[in-house]
Design a protein. Structure first.
Length: 420
């Protein structure tokens, strides 16, 4: 026999019908649809929503004190303008909203974590079809969105100020969007900033086919003291950081028409907008990177896996280093790979191309081992840095780059600090 279903209707100034909330709290029946006023019922309604149900959240702050687990399918959770679902600062657990069902649509809501030690929203490997759009996800003490499953879409969202520190007060990872096992994750038209980890991180798992389109990813000094950090701190690491175990199938990432800036930090380290590494195939097209320590950090080898990367038609400006190519010498198996750069324009950068861990007595074989830079413009003149190499090796690499079709708009020396 079908269970009794509740339909909650808001009357007048947001008051539930007489006895409705008491009956809801006491019962166990599924809820087919609900309109939620600012009365503390949002968590219970989400827990009990029926398959195919719709929840409309009215304006106001809706406090959630304990995590919400749900296995319901085909649910629409929609906020009216001004609707905020806020986690209590004491909330703990995997995530405030942990979705194990499929076919969810979430839109028009603000999810505010008050820096509680939990993720904002999490989907599981069983999830098939999930969309979150036109939402703001902010102030979480761990990842804002941690998404597994298949056919996942994050669209036109603002994800920011997600901050985590260790017990000793050091920066720790709180990513904007993270995944271990997504099979088809698209992030489109989003603005992601000031996360103390990465804007987007596909971590070491079975994930495949991550697409990032038309997004802004950046760091700026914090406007206030928050989340264990001080006003003015720069808190994050990378716009995109790829990770994939060498024993797994190569992960595929596509980044198109995105903008990244501000990825620099007074803390010691190699801070990069794009940190592309391990056993992945990454294609970056039509992107702009500016005002960062490193625009593209490209370790050819990491964790036993070789990078396959193409960067095309991108604009890089005012960075310390445009392209940093690492570990080319570790070519201990006969596997093609490395980084292909084509039709890019580099302006105002102290170093155009840097090679690190360059092997061989002259370094001349490093560039030929798997990477190429062609049809690109460097202004002022291309500058090279070769760690561990010598001037003849530097000159040889420069000539190889120029012979490959790169051009220089200026031969005037660039003023600035001495090259290392």
């Amino acid at each position: 026999m079908r269970s009794l279903s509740w339909v909650l209707i808001v009357l007048g100034a947001g008051i539930l019908p007489q006895g409705a909330w008491e009956s809801l709290a006491a019962g166990s029946s599924a809820i087919e649809s609900a309109v939620i006023p600012d009365d503390g019922s949002v968590a219970e309604v989400i827990r009990r929503i029926a398959d195919g149900g719709t929840i409309t959240v009215r304006p106001g702050i809706h406090l959630v004190e304990q995590r919400i687990n749900t296995t319901s399918n085909r649910v629409t959770l929609r906020g009216e303008p001004g609707a905020v679902i806020r986690a209590a600062s004491t909330l703990t657990g995997s995530a405030m909203l942990d979705i194990r069902g499929s076919g969810w649509l979430i839109e028009g809501l603000v999810f505010d974590g008050q820096f509680c030690p939990a993720r904002g929203l999490k989907t599981r490997g069983s999830t098939r079809g999930f969309t979150i759009r036109k939402c703001e996800v902010r102030n979480w003490g761990y990842h804002a969105l941690d998404l597994d499953g298949s056919d996942l879409l994050v669209e036109n969202c603002r994800i920011h100020d997600n901050l985590k520190t260790t017990a000793t007060g050091q920066r720790d990872d709180a990513h904007g969007v993270a995944t271990l096992h997504a099979q088809g994750l698209t992030i489109r038209g989003c603005r992601i900033w000031n996360c103390s980890g990465d804007s987007v991180q596909p971590d070491r798992g079975s994930w495949q086919n991550v697409v990032i389109e038309d997004c802004d990813m950046y760091l700026e000094p914090l406007a206030d003291d928050m989340g264990g950090f001080r006003r003015g701190d720069l808190v994050g690491e990378n716009a995109l950081d790829t990770k994939k175990a060498a024993t797994d199938e190569r992960g595929v990432v596509v980044v198109d028409n995105c903008r990244a800036w501000g990825f620099r930090n007074p803390r010691e380290g190699s801070w990069a907008a794009f940190n592309l590494k391990e056993k992945v195939q990454v294609t970056v097209t039509g992107c702009t990177v500016r005002d960062s320590m490193i625009a593209f950090r490209l370790p050819s080898w990491r964790k036993g896996g070789r990078l396959h990367c193409e960067i095309r038609d991108c604009q890089i400006s005012e960075c310390d280093t445009a392209f940093r190519i690492e570990d080319q010498w570790k070519n201990d198996i006969n596997e093609p790979g490395g980084s292909v750069v084509a039709r890019c324009r580099v302006t105002g950068c102290q170093t155009g191309v840097e090679f690190t861990e360059a092997g061989g007595p002259s370094g001349q074989g490093v560039f030929e081992a798997g990477s190429s830079i062609t049809e690109s413009v460097f202004s002022p003149a291309m500058t090279l840095r070769l760690r561990g190499g010598n001037q003849p090796a530097r000159n040889a690499l420069r000539q190889q780059l120029l012979a490959a079709g790169n051009t220089e708009e200026s031969t005037r020396p660039r003023r600035g600090p001495a090259r290392r």
